[in-house]
Design a protein around this ligand. Sequence first.
Ligand code: GLN
Length: 278
Amino acid sequence: MTAVKSLVITGFGINCEEEMAAAYHLAGATADIVHLNEILLGQVSIHQYDILNFPGGFSFGDDLASGKVVSNKIKFKKLPSGKVLLDEIKQFLADGKYILGVCNGFQMLVRMGLLPNTNSDFEPEATLSNNNSGKFEDRWVYCKVNNAAQTPFLKGITQMALPARHGEGKLIFMDDEMRAKVSKEHLNCLTYCTEDGVETAAYPANPNGADLNCAGLTNPTGQVLGLMPHPEAYLSLYNNPNWGQIKRNNPDITEEGEGLKIFTNIVEHIKAQKLATV
Ligand SMILES: NC(=O)CC[C@H](N)C(=O)O
């Protein structure tokens, strides 16, 4: 009754679906990895699930722009019902459910208009472009949580080290007004920072030069979280190349990776919601 069910989308070059599913298993949820076509053909309904997940990867080889083709399929390809998947996703959110996108998945959510979605009209309000460095950045970064951000995914987290691996991570808001609105409403829920937790625009701590030093966004209701770094790739302390040093400095540290908390947070949150309604 209170089992939390997550749906992890794959296909077309998405390549982080197994890690994403492993994260949900460790967090105590079920995870079904489903090809996007199964959903577009009406064989699987997103409404059977509590959390919809868009993992990272290179969908359609980043052709046109990263995440662009998948987001267009979701916006424009007709399901057998005659609706488009974005209509179903709007219903999914109206039902109080949750969506997570990581890296290529974050890029899809931005291009679908799910993030930041300040006006709740699902019109794209930002885009992603090539990293300022002009190259693919593949290394660990630090990001800090905006304490004023309202999303259960980030509850109790202040800062995380996470792996980043992307070429198009530079988030750019539509205009100054949008940038100010996102900032004022604390939708820039994660920002790149130094190891000491100081937000920074400076390379390399900020790997891409994103507006507002943004590493992740949430929507105004907090139901949608998207981030460029990969929490599903930091499920165990031993994923961190500095684990030896970390353990020496803090011998009692948990052996969980800092990324796992995002998954346990949302699974526990949904479990509590389900218990409250039985
Ligand atoms: N790891 C990823 O999901 C990469 C996203 C995208 N292919 C990029 O390079 O920007």
